[in-house]
Design a protein around this ligand. Structure first.
Ligand SMILES: [Zn+2]
Length: 205
């Protein structure tokens, strides 16, 4: 007996009032039997409708069906099991895949600087420095956060970009207007300029 015939027989044997839901596989089997030549239902279809009210409704698979959910959980657990024929563990595989697919950060020329230059650049980048703004507001080791020019708090940006006391020196290093991003996060030559500017300014960072 064909699977579709078995299905029809099973449906006929059910109570008339009992709702019947078909899985997609069962529906496919039934559809093979439910030929519709010239858009007319087959005798098999008529015979089913005599005893049953048939409603066709699509039900998303693996959504809230306990058996399917359990099968999914077991499949996922099985996928994490180590396989004896593989020399590396599942965790190592995951780490390797993440490392290979993770976008690599762009190279930071900070690592190409001399040590004393790195110290200056790092302190300017992080704000953890000996400038008044940090020494006063964070460390409470300075009576005022202000620059001695009296115009602004003494921050890395003020020193690098605006302090009038350093205007001439700043112009000699950067004749043209230069973004602070370039000065602090730029290429090797940009960073070396910044370090030499700070070293020559007499400002302790
Ligand atoms: Zn100033």
């Amino acid at each position: 007996m064909r699977p579709s015939s078995k299905l029809l027989n099973s449906l006929r044997s059910l109570q008339r009032a009992a709702p019947t839901w078909l899985s997609s596989r069962m529906l496919c089997q039934y559809s093979k039997h439910w030929k519709i030549p010239n858009k007319h239902p087959s005798p098999g279809h008529f015979s089913l409708c005599k005893t049953r009210v048939v409603s066709l409704q699509w039900i998303p698979a693996h959504c809230g069906v306990p058996g399917n959910e359990n099968a999914d959980i077991l499949a996922k657990l099985g996928a994490t099991d180590n396989q004896p024929q593989n020399a590396i563990t599942h965790e190592e595989n995951v780490t390797m895949i993440k490392a290979l697919t993770k976008p690599r950060p762009t190279k930071d020329d900070y690592h190409l600087l001399e040590r004393w230059e790195q110290v200056i650049i790092l302190r300017l980048r992080t704000g953890h420095n000996r400038l008044n703004a940090h020494m006063c507001t964070k460390l409470k080791l300075s009576p005022s956060p202000m620059c001695h020019c009296g115009l602004e708090q003494k921050t890395a940006e003020h020193i690098l970009q605006r302090c009038p006391c350093l205007e001439n020196q700043r112009k000699s290093v950067w004749p043209n207007s230069t973004l602070i991003k370039t000065k602090v996060h730029g290429k090797k030559e940009d960073l070396k300029k910044t370090a030499s500017f700070i070293a020559g300014s007499g400002v302790t960072v």
